[in-house]
Design a protein around this ligand. Structure first.
Ligand code: ATP
Length: 380
């Protein structure tokens, strides 16, 4: 086991189309230190640079600049096979002509590990991953989930310093993905190997990580525990990327202690107006998570009026998308079972239904519409 430290890692790709549009391609100025034994998740939209960063740590890609340390060892010049890291990819990459047992032992044999130790490790790993009854099968005789467990087992059996996982669950169907995800978490608790896990799925990031690194367009947006990232996002990108359904963003125009939002008006406290030095006519983005919007029976001065666009019945709750009247802004709302009775109609009958909602103003975020920076609550 080992810590992993990145110091100002950059990788610039030459992409003519991107250069013409003055777009940067690659990753830039990435620095962080993962303490020994922690599980970190790199998350972000497609093309944000997650895989590039993981491949640089693995030694499969060379950084344009910056330093990488595994433990105390500077590994910039160390080839991949000597970095003592194990990588698991989305497509398993098992040897098709070998049995599960042979796939598990191959890496250890190549390192000249004693046969009886190899046998013991195969048994231990196979048991902990529940593949001990499959040791004589070939990969094509296994389901996708079983193949992915073998791939994980092969990596664990090597007892690497660092475990690198690139979207390892994305080929599995939803149910299997959820099971394998919680097994992976348990496995990490047992073996405690420093793990870096890449995904574009924010639920995986939230459920697996000790700490999450949110990337966008090659840059770090925020590093924090799942709770910090969810409750204290530093900008609009993080706020809307993490959370399902995502945080609602409501463009509003400020005027004399009032937020004007289409046909609705919401009051703004004088403390907030003073703190943010708000000017009449100023446009800002209000952010609020769906769980802090409540459907209320009557409109009052501080409510928003909406028109239902879509409705999904999830059983435990109903997910609604509704447009704020007088705007083109859609909001995500969650109607709990207590209020779901009023949404019992078939979804197409609900279309166009008028709703009134209240915002829990203590959970309101305010973002600068041009930079996406969080203005409120202020960074502490
Ligand atoms: P995804 O989730 O789609 O796999 P990602 O976040 O892992 O995306 P990367 O694969 O790391 O993203 O790519 C980051 C950026 O670098 C993208 O814009 C990609 O097109 C570009 N890129 C990656 N590899 C190369 C390469 N060999 N040559 C040119 N551009 C590249």
């Amino acid at each position: 086991m080992s810590s992993v430290k990145l110091e100002q890692i950059s990788r610039k790709f030459i992409d003519v189309a991107a250069l013409q549009q003055q777009r940067f391609t690659g990753i830039d100025d990435i620095s962080f230190e993962i303490p020994d034994g922690e599980f970190w998740v790199l998350v972000g939209p497609s093309g944000c640079g997650k895989s590039t960063l993981l491949r640089i740590i693995a030694g499969l890609e060379t950084a344009t600049s910056g330093d990488i340390y595994i433990g105390d060892r500077l590994v910039n010049q160390v080839p991949a096979r000597q970095r003592d890291v194990a990588m698991v990819f989305q497509n398993y990459a098992l040897y098709p002509h070998m049995t599960v047992a042979e796939n598990l032992s191959f890496g250890m044999q190549m390192r000249g590990i004693n046969k009886s130790i190899i046998q013991q490790r195969i048994q231990d790993v196979a048991k902990s991953l529940k593949i001990d009854t499959l040791l004589d099968r070939k990969p094509k005789q296994l389901s996708g989930g079983q193949q992915q467990r073998v791939a994980l087992g092969r990596a664990i059996a090597r007892s690497p310093q660092v475990f690198l996982l690139d979207e390892p669950l994305s080929n599995l169907d939803a149910g299997l993905r959820e099971n394998t995800r919680s097994e992976l978490k348990q496995l990490h608790q047992q073996v405690g190997i420093t793990t870096i896990y890449v995904t574009h799925d924010c639920v995986e990031a939230m459920t697996l990580a000790d700490r999450i690194v949110v990337l966008d367009r090659g840059y770090i947006q925020q590093i924090g525990t799942p709770n910090e990232i969810y409750h204290h996002p530093t900008n609009q990108m993080v706020a809307t990327f993490i959370g399902t359904p995502p945080m609602n963003i409501i463009p509003a125009i400020y005027h004399d202690r009032i937020w004007n939002i289409g046909d609705s008006k919401i009051s703004c406290s004088s403390e907030l107006a003073t703190q943010l030095q708000l000017r009449n006519g100023q446009g800002l983005n209000l952010g609020i998570r769906p769980e802090y919007l409540t459907i209320v029976p009557n409109s009052t001065p501080d409510t928003l009026s909406l028109t239902v666009q879509t409705l999904e019945t999830l059983g435990r709750e109903t997910l609604l998308k509704a447009q704020i009247n007088g705007t083109s802004t859609d909001l995500n709302l969650l109607a709990p079972p207590s209020t779901s009775g009023q949404f019992n109609d078939l979804p197409d009958k609900m279309l166009g239904k008028q709703l009134t909602i209240q915002l829990a103003s203590e959970w309101l975020f305010i973002f600068d519409p041009s930079t996406g920076r969080r203005l409120f609550p202020p960074n502490t």
